[in-house]
Design a protein around this ligand. Structure first.
Ligand code: AMP
Ligand code: MN
Ligand code: MN
Ligand code: MN
Length: 285
């Protein structure tokens, strides 16, 4: 079971990826993925297309989403898997979560204009596939297009993170609400890329403790945004908190993403893969 090529974290044009759900499915399949999930940010509008494309290719599918949450003043991402994408609880919760993005984007553009970068809102919009989901990634692509930075990581470092001119403080969903929507819709919750948060040890402990208490069951151990040392560290955390382990590339774009779909090491042997507990929720090809 450990050798199953599962990729349970990826993005399409429905959020901040650059490929359509069908093209992400085709790329996952070409790379040998056997179980796939499209996990667009705060949006399930691509789920039916992703599932249909996966099944047509002979690839098993789990519904997915990556929900933006604010915990201890920091943005945390919670991946939901195996839920009913048409359940009103999750549809309404995600619609509310997306709601603030438009205004945040206008404020980001104002911040950038103050340092001489004009037209960033309109510029970012050119890259937006879903008008409801303008993200920092779209701004990053515009700044690269303008030659202001060489690549998107540099844009984030110089312009789009805390303390930088294009950064706008934002309140996302509560952890308890995100888990409630996922659970009401029959799915399971996973902490995405835990090594990427800027928590103190106490805050990280609080995140995992609260997440467990709210019924969360999984944590990403092998992800495109973890180092090899971090795979080991979060395999240990998964065991400490009795969480199932997930694996996903966090693929967004063939050039921008350093980890391609399905191209990740296996989970460490000491953890239980989350898909072993999800067999009844997997849509089989
Ligand atoms: P947002 O939800 O609008 O705050 O955008 C978050 C997205 O920005 C993440 O899902 C990543 O796709 C992207 N992102 C965040 N930090 C970085 C970074 N340092 N380099 C490249 N992309 C990043
Ligand atoms: Mn993203
Ligand atoms: Mn994320
Ligand atoms: Mn992601």
């Amino acid at each position: 079971m450990h050798l199953l090529n599962a990729d349970l974290h990826s993005h399409s044009t429905v959020s901040d990826g650059t490929l359509s759900p069908e093209a992400v499915a085709a790329r996952a399949h070409a790379n040998g993925v056997a179980l796939w999930s499209l996990t667009d940010h705060d949006e399930v509008g691509g789920q039916a297309r992703a599932r249909d494309a996966a099944l047509a290719l002979g690839m098993d599918y789990l519904t997915g989403v990556e929900i933006s949450v604010t915990f201890a003043g920091e943005t945390v991402h919670i991946v939901g898997l195996g839920f009913d994408a048409e359940h009103p609880a999750i549809m309404q919760g995600l619609a509310d979560t997306r709601g603030g993005r438009e205004r945040r984007a206008r404020e980001m553009a104002e911040g950038l204009a103050r340092v001489g970068i004009h037209g960033a809102y309109e510029g970012a919009l050119k890259y937006v596939g879903n008008p409801d989901l303008i993200s920092r990634t779209h701004f990053a692509r515009f700044l690269v297009e303008q030659g202001i930075c060489q690549e998107t990581h540099e844009v984030f470092r110089r312009y789009l993170t805390e303390g930088k001119p294009g950064y706008v403080e934002h309140r996302w969903a509560r952890l308890s609400d995100a888990l409630d929507w996922i659970h009401q819709a029959g799915g399971v919750a996973v902490i995405a890329h835990p090594a990427r948060y800027h928590f103190s040890p106490n805050e990280e402990y609080a995140l995992f403790t609260d997440f467990k208490a709210l019924g969360g069951v999984g944590v990403e151990v092998v992800t495109g945004s973890h180092t090899v040392a971090e795979y080991q560290r979060y395999a240990d955390v998964a065991r400490e908190f009795d969480l199932l382990a997930s694996r996903g590339s966090d693929f967004h774009d063939p050039a921008e993403s350093h980890t391609d779909l399905g191209s990740l090491p296996d989970l460490p042997g000491a953890v239980t893969p989350i898909w072993e507990a999800l067999s009844h929720r997997i849509v089989r090809a």
